[in-house]
Design a protein around this ligand. Structure first.
Ligand SMILES: [Zn+2]
Length: 80
C-alpha cells in the first residue's frame, strides 16, 4: 500500500473506530476494516475477494489480481 493512501486510510479507520468501537467496521462497497484473512495484516481495508470469499487486504488482492477481479465480478453482478 502506498504511504499517502495508507495515511488517508488510517484517518478513515480512526474515525470509524470512534464510531464503531473495536469491532469489524463495515464500509460501503462490500468493504470492511479488520485483519486480513490471508496475510494477517491488521487494520486493513478489507474486501471479500479472496479465493473462497475471504476478507483480504489491498496488497493480497493485488498479488492475485485474476482471482480478485473474478470475485469482484461476482459482487458486482450480485442482486442486479
Ligand atoms: Zn493481506
Amino acid at each position: 500500500m502506498k504511504k499517502r493512501q495508507k495515511k488517508i486510510l488510517q484517518q478513515q479507520i480512526d474515525e470509524a473506530k470512534k464510531l464503531a468501537g473495536n469491532g469489524l467496521i463495515v464500509l460501503g462497497s462490500n468493504a470492511s476494516i479488520g485483519a486480513c484473512e490471508l496475510c494477517g495484516a491488521k487494520d486493513e481495508e478489507l474486501r471479500p475477494y479472496g479465493p473462497n470469499g475471504e476478507n483480504i487486504c489491498f496488497d493480497c488482492g493485488m498479488k492475485d489480481r485474476d482471482t480478485t477481479e473474478k470475485q469482484m465480478g461476482k459482487f458486482l453482478n450480485f442482486g442486479e
